[in-house]
Design a binder for this molecule. Structure first.
Ligand code: NAD
Ligand code: ZN
Length: 342
């Protein structure tokens, strides 16, 4: 089968013929239809310091996908050939304290599809049945292919109550943009999204942001005045990983404000801790998606009219993957989708 392989310890990915995956008794074999390119895949493509430390070579990469079940192991009775599915990208141990308590997103032995084990940028992938999510028959397949990052957005956006609240989102990457749509859908009052990239801020507007602020040209203090927010933002969603964005957020929260932090800083960030202490801010880290409450929430929000489709801006056949990665690297893109059906 064809697959995108990290075949060499240098910049790039290589389209290669690799053996089709085999399945164990608890596994599901899936024919991949569409995949999303994640920021993680771009790190692997660019072969930055994190990728060099983390990714075994050679390995098939990619973890955002939708496909069709083609075969199941002898122990699998919940999935059947022909069903449309995605997979949770974190494979957990099932035996640690958190897994046994049903808090699988907190597993201490999490293994990432397309990061630590064979990925989804391929014609077929085999995953454990406990990782498979069954979509509704009429699901939009492009939307289904990005349930993984959509789930990051939902997990973060719903970490705190947002009904009637003013929400600040720092970072208008694909996840920040989807989070704007999610908190709007969940009843937030004002949703302010910041970035330094106008293309992405325009997308944030399309997805429901009240104000999309380019922080190189304006300040959050002015936005608060304009919107009549008198005491600061109630909820903050940090989705940039940028130190200054995080500091701006802390400066603009109300007393008792709650921050959910998804963005991964590339270095340690110094902040004014007195503001955290005296203003009694809560800072809550977010990793992955809750298995499977987040997946349930995504499904029902789509059923009740949430539209995340505008976040998808580029579509290519998998043989044109270089164009997809170039679009990602340019920053002039939302989600980029690769089609694996010929
Ligand atoms: P992305 O890199 O596409 O988006 C980040 C955005 O932040 C970019 O548009 C960038 O221009 C913007 N930015 C840069 N400087 C800024 C500033 N000063 N103020 C405001 N915005 C600024 O990332 P993404 O794919 O949307 O993911 C969002 C973040 O979440 C990333 O940091 C990613 O690494 C992280 N992430 C975490 C998890 C997790 O499980 N915790 C999962 C997926 C992604
Ligand atoms: Zn575990």
């Amino acid at each position: 089968m064809k697959a995108l392989v990290k075949a060499k310890s240098e910049r790039g990915l290589w389209l290669q013929d690799v053996p089709e995956p085999t399945i164990g008794i608890n596994d599901v074999l899936i024919r991949v239809h569409k995949t999303g390119i994640c920021g993680t895949d771009l790190h692997i493509y660019k072969w930055d310091a994190w990728a060099q430390r983390t990714i075994p070579v050679p390995m098939v990469v990619g973890h955002e996908f939708v496909g069709e079940v083609v075969e199941v192991g002898s122990n699998v009775s919940d999935f059947h050939p022909g069903e449309i599915v995605s997979a949770e990208g974190h494979v957990v141990c099932g035996r640690c304290r958190n897994c046994l308590a049903g808090r699988r997103h907190l597993c201490k032995d999490t293994v990432g599809i397309g990061v630590n084990r064979t990925g989804a940028f391929a014609e077929y992938i085999s995953v454990p049945m406990t990782n498979v999510w069954h979509h509704r028959d009429d699901v939009d397949k492009e939307v289904a292919s990005i349930f993984d990052p959509f789930g990051n957005a939902v997990h973060t956006a719903l970490a705190f109550e947002v009904l009637g609240e003013d929400v600040l989102i720092t970072g208008a990457g694909p996840i920040g943009i989807m989070a704007a749509a999610v908190v709007k859908h969940a009843g937030a009052r004002h949703v302010v999204v910041t970035d330094v990239n106008d293309y992405r801020l325009d997308l944030a507007k399309k997805m429901g942001a009240t104000v999309a602020l380019n922080v190189t040209r304006g300040s959050l203090a002015d936005v608060q005045k304009k919107l009549g927010i008198r005491e600061g933002f109630d909820v903050g969603l940090e989705m940039s990983g940028n130190p200054q964005a995080f500091r701006d957020m802390i400066d603009n929260m109300c007393h008792g404000g709650r921050i959910a932090m998804l963005g991964i800083p590339s270095e340690q960030i110094a902040i004014d801790w007195t503001k955290v202490v005296f203003n009694m801010l809560t800072i809550h880290g977010i990793y992955g998606r809750e298995m499977y409450e987040t997946w349930y929430q995504m499904t029902v929000m789509l059923e009740t009219g949430l539209d995340i489709k505008p976040v998808i801006t580029h579509r290519y056949h998998y043989t044109e993957f270089e164009k997809g990665f170039a679009a990602m690297e340019s920053g002039q893109s939302g989600k980029v989708i690769l089609d694996w059906q010929t």
